[in-house]
Every structure is written in structure tokens, then in C-alpha cells.
Design a protein around this ligand. Structure first.
Ligand code: SF4
Length: 506
């Protein structure tokens, strides 16, 4: 993860526990953030498992969720609703197969819900679905509580927490949520369960020791209380999470209006905080920032300051600045490969090919009918390419997919050796007028095009339910491949050829 994408609080799962790093710049602005709403709503707000989960993504997101009613969020996009519904359906289907009991109480009366839950636990029912755990200012609604043997205040038994997730592997934010629920449960039953668990989308149960994560959870809850009680303590930072956040229409205009330093390619939370303390508080300031010595630049590395100043100038210019790399490998005889996936179902929905890798190259595609058909589809699509043709692709998806499938098949090892990831090369070949991470960022800031003109990549799985699914998938594949070809020409080839007029223009 590059500095730009490092979240304000990083949640890293290590061998035995989580490391929580909370960036000072996102939580303690030099002046209160005037755009964070007053504390009136928040003072009565309970800390919930959802806040714990949001905090790991973005501290400002957790703060806004604590301070604003739901009506202040933007409406979800159809594909976001589609993904959320799949998550709910998965949980419902999973729980329907179990003999779980749900506490009954009037809607949103959590006191009554907590009392009904306590009664079920004292009775010793095997599984409780959507229990209500309520203590002081904390409220938890875990997916499942499961009975275990061993004495507690409830009798000769106690409970542990299970959460149902649609991901393929556990993440730190999901574990923190389970630990938050477990701490509430421990106070209720007078015993801390040794473990908690997450049920993954393939039905596997991933167990972990609660003791490994308790300190991290305490730290997050303490910070959430501070965010709730001190409006203005957090502030937005442009990061990858913003692209899927329901507060984007609030944060992004604020960032642009202020000329926030996080709009600059390569900025980190730490660098923003130091630059602001040194009196450099906007993109315009940074574009002309020439500090006298190490103290004047807050002891930031001189090369870093030079690089960020150049990025700020490019941000003001509004166009990418291609950096000459005459020794960079030219990829004239390459093909472009792209894929559209359904991450929930672990499936490739479509493979596309553009050969040669230019906008007038020949486009072909394959739509595998099932997971087991993917290998055949990919092999047939690429079979006609001349041997040793480099296969240009964007990001880790193709490599990861190939690795999974090649393992169980007689895969030709030389094929994987031909993969060339354009993401890293594009990043190194230019300075962009805004931070870039996803293909959509490169298209928007590298080419000035709308990356979603043939639809949003997140909607691909949703299209399968529509009569023109094939047409949509093919249109999106083709449009992404044309964007990749244009990025190759405009950024990579220009960088390798070091066009003089381009340099002069810059
Ligand atoms: S839009 Fe970005 S900065 Fe704002 S709350 Fe969401 S993730 Fe955080």
C-alpha cells in the first residue's frame, strides 16, 4: 500500500493480534474541523460494532456516522444495494439451516432486546441469532451467539460470538467487530470466552483467540468515544476508501474547496500533518513551498518535499506529467488482457483481449459459463497469440486468478512469465494531477476520460440478472481495454520514448 492509501488508522493482523496505528493528522487537526456537525446528535449516540468496523476504514467515516443521521448519507448505487442484499441473503440462508432462536422485542427498543437476550442465554439455548448486547454507551448486535460448556454467571455454560461474512478470508476490521461484541458478552455472562469466530462465504469457520485482540479493540473504542465527544476532531483525507463511501459527496467537495494537501499524488497522513505545521496548508502553498532548511520543512526528507511540490504543481496544472525513462522497456509487440470478475462468487465473468496493444488492435473476448469453464476460456482466447507475446494487464487480478488455476492444472509456466502489470509501470511513468490507485483513477486523471462510460466495474455481477448481460459485459471489457491501450500510448510509450515536445509542454 502506498503512502497515499494508508488509512488514518491502519489495522494490521500480525501473528498474534492486531496492530492499530492511528494517524495524528486525521484525528487532531490543527484547528477544529468546521465541516463536522455539532455534537448534539452524537452525545446520545451509542458506540456500535458498525462504528468499530468503519473506524478501521476511515476515522472520519466513523466520526460522521456518529454525528450524522442516516438521511445525510448519499443513496446507495444500485450495485452497492445488490452487494448488500447478497450479504444479507447469505446470512439469512446460513442461519436458516441452524436451529437458532432470535430475541423478540419492540423495534429499536434495545433495553427490551437486551433483557430478552439475557433470558435466552440464562435458559441455555444452543444458538442465538441477532442477540442484543447493551452495556453503558455500547451496543452490539452479533449475528450469532453459540453455547459452550464451562461455568459462567449464566450457569454451567457460557457463550461465544460468531459473525457471518461474505468474504473469502478474515480481515482485521471483522475481527475487531467480533472482539467488541465478545467484550460486551463477557460483561453479561461474567466470563470472557477464549475464542471468537468468523464464518466465511465458503462456510469455513475461522477461529481466533480474543486475548490477542483485546488491547486493539480497547484502543479503538476509546478513540471512538473521543470522536463522538469532540466534534471537529477528525477530518477527511482523500484515499481509496472514498471511492465506495456514502459520505463522498460531503467530503470530496470540502477537500477541493480547501485545496487540501491529500489531493496531491503521493501525500500521506503524516506528511500532511507536518507540512501543515510548517505553514504549508494547501495545494497552492505546496506548489511554491521552498523551505530554508530542515526545520522549516518540519524535518521532512528534502527529496520527499521536492517530489510533493512537483505533484502539487501537476495538480494545479490538471494534466499528468510524463517522466522520461528512456531505458524503460518498450512493449510494442504486446497484447492487452483484461477480466471482469464477481468477487463474491469468486468467478471471472469475462476475459477480453486486444492485440496488438493499441486502440486499433483486434478485440476478442470469452465469457466463461462457470468457474470450471474459466481455464478453457482463457486458454482458447490467448492460444492464437504469437509465442512470447507479453500479456499486459492491470493490477493483481489476472496474476491471482492464474495462480489459483495453474496450481491444479498442467499449466505452462512460461505463460505466467509473460504477464506484465501495467499498474506499477503507469504509476512510475508519470506524476498525476490526483492520487491514483484503481484503473478508474488512471483513466480519469491520466486521460481525462470518464472511466465508467460503459458502466461501473462493481456492477458487472449485477448485470448477469439482466437480458442484455452479455452485451454489457463485452462493452465494458472493450471500453476498459481501449483505456488501457490509450494509457500505454499516452503515458508508457511517451515515457519510454521521452518525447521532446511533451517534456517542453511540461
Ligand atoms: S469520503 Fe473518504 S474521507 Fe470522507 S468519510 Fe468517506 S472514506 Fe472518509
Amino acid at each position: 500500500m502506498d503512502a497515499r492509501n494508508s488509512p488514518p488508522c491502519s489495522v494490521n493482523r500480525t501473528g498474534a493480534g492486531l496492530h492499530i496505528g492511528i494517524a495524528a493528522s486525521s484525528l487532531a487537526p490543527t484547528a477544529p474541523n468546521p465541516d463536522t456537525p455539532a455534537a448534539s446528535v452524537a452525545q446520545e449516540r451509542r458506540i456500535t460494532g458498525t462504528h468499530v468496523y468503519s473506524f478501521a476504514k476511515c476515522a472520519h467515516l466513523a466520526a460522521l456516522d456518529l454525528h450524522l443521521p442516516r438521511s445525510e448519507r448519499r443513496a446507495p448505487h444500485p450495485w452497492e444495494e445488490f452487494a448488500a442484499k447478497r450479504g444479507r441473503d447469505f446470512e439469512d440462508d446460513y442461519v436458516a439451516k441452524l436451529d437458532a432462536v432470535q430475541p423478540e422485542y419492540p423495534e429499536r427498543d434495545f433495553e427490551a432486546g437486551a433483557a430478552a437476550t439475557r433470558e435466552l442465554l440464562a435458559r441455555g439455548v444452543e444458538l442465538v441469532h441477532q442477540a442484543v448486547l447493551h452495556r453503558d454507551d455500547r451496543l452490539g448486535l452479533p449475528d450469532l451467539l453459540r453455547r459452550r460448556e464451562g461455568r459462567s454467571d449464566l450457569g454451567e455454560h457460557h457463550y461465544e460470538v460468531l459473525d457471518v461474512k461474505t468474504s473469502g478470508q478474515t480481515r482485521g476490521d471483522q475481527i475487531l467487530q467480533v472482539v467488541f461484541y465478545t467484550q460486551l458478552l463477557a460483561e453479561l455472562q461474567g466470563r470472557m470466552p477464549a475464542e471468537g469466530a468468523i464464518i466465511l462465504k465458503d462456510g469455513r469457520e475461522e477461529r481466533f483467540a480474543i486475548a490477542d485482540y483485546e488491547a486493539a479493540c480497547d484502543e479503538v473504542v476509546a478513540e471512538l468515544r473521543r470522536l463522538r465527544d469532540e466534534p471537529g476532531r477528525s477530518r477527511p483525507f482523500l484515499q481509496m476508501a472514498c471511492s465506495t463511501c456514502y459520505h463522498d459527496q460531503r467530503c470530496l467537495p470540502q477537500l477541493r474547496e480547501r485545496g487540501d494537501l491529500s489531493l496531491v499524488h503521493g501525500m500521506s497522513h503524516g506528511a500532511r500533518a507536518i507540512l501543515e505545521q510548517s505553514g504549508c496548508t494547501s495545494v497552492e502553498d505546496l506548489a511554491t513551498f521552498h523551505p530554508d532548511g530542515p526545520r522549516a520543512r518540519g524535518n521532512l526528507d528534502a527529496t520527499l518535499v521536492r517530489r510533493l511540490r512537483r505533484s502539487a504543481q501537476v495538480t494545479l496544472l490538471g494534466k499528468p506529467l510524463v517522466e522520461a525513462r528512456p531505458r524503460a522497456e518498450r512493449l510494442d509487440r504486446a497484447a492487452l488482457v483484461h477480466l471482469l470478475t464477481d468477487p463474491y462468487a469468486d468467478r471471472v465473468l469475462a476475459f477480453g483481449l486486444l492485440h496488438p496493444a493499441s486502440e486499433d488492435g483486434e478485440f476478442s473476448f470469452a465469457l466463461p459459463e462457470s468457474h470450471s469453464d474459466e481455464w478453457r476460456a482463457f486458454r482458447e482466447l490467448t492460444a492464437g497469440l504469437p509465442q512470447r507475446t507479453p500479456l499486459l494487464h492491470f493490477g493483481e487480478a489476472l496474476h491471482r486468478w492464474h495462480e489459483q488455476h495453474a496450481f491444479s492444472r498442467e499449466a505452462d509456466p512460461s505463460l505466467e512469465a509473460r504477464f506484465v502489470d501495467l499498474q506499477k509501470r503507469l504509476k512510475a511513468a508519470a506524476i498525476y494531477p490526483a492520487p491514483v490507485a484503481l484503473l478508474a483513477d488512471f483513466v480519469r486523471h491520466g486521460l481525462g476520460r470518464d472511466p465508467h462510460r460503459a458502466g461501473h466495474v462493481g456492477a458487472a455481477a449485477m448485470w448477469l440478472d439482466e437480458p442484455d448481460a452479455e452485451e454489457r459485459l463485452v462493452r465494458k471489457l472493450h471500453s476498459d481495454l481501449l483505456d488501457l491501450a490509450a494509457l500505454k500510448r499516452e503515458i508508457l510509450d511517451a515515457s519510454a520514448g521521452a518525447l521532446p515536445e511533451r517534456e517542453a509542454q511540461a
